[in-house]
Ligand binder design. Structure first.
Ligand code: ZN
Length: 112
C-alpha cells in the first residue's frame, strides 16, 4: 500500500497520547512497511543511555530524547493551501503522474 503521507509533509496528530493531540509537525521519516511515520516534536521518548565507547570516543551516560514512530492513522496531513488537517485523494494526470488532492479545498497538495 502506498502511503499518502510523505517526508517533509506537515501533519496534525488526531489521536494517541494526549500531550501530542492537536500537535503539528513535519514528517521526518516514513516507514512504509509498518505504516508508521516519525514526526518532529511528537511522541518524544527518553532513553537512558549508559556510558559506552564508540571506537576511541567516549559517549557520556545520559538521557537521550528521540521521536518514536507513530502509526499513520494517528496523523492527518495538513493541507498547505487551506491549512486544515484533511483526507487526501489521489488523481492521476494525463502524464501518468499521481497528484495528491486535498478533500477539503480540492487543491493540489503537491503543486509548487
Ligand atoms: Zn486544502
Amino acid at each position: 500500500m502506498k502511503l499518502k503521507i510523505r517526508k517533509g509533509d506537515t501533519v496534525e496528530i488526531i489521536s494517541g497520547r494526549s500531550e501530542d493531540k492537536k500537535k503539528r509537525g513535519e514528517v521526518i521519516r516514513v516507514i512504509p512497511k509498518e505504516s508508521r511515520i516519525v514526526v518532529q516534536g511528537v511522541n518524544i521518548r527518553s532513553r537512558h543511555q549508559g556510558q559506552t565507547r564508540a571506537g576511541r570516543r567516549q559517549i557520556d551516560a545520559g538521557i537521550v530524547k528521540f521521536e518514536a514512530p507513530i502509526h499513520i492513522s494517528n496523523a492527518m496531513l495538513v493541507c498547505p493551501n487551506c491549512n486544515k488537517p484533511t483526507r487526501v485523494g489521489l488523481s492521476r494526470g494525463e502524464d501518468g503522474k499521481v497528484t495528491r488532492i486535498c478533500k477539503k479545498c480540492n487543491s493540489e497538495i503537491d503543486a509548487k
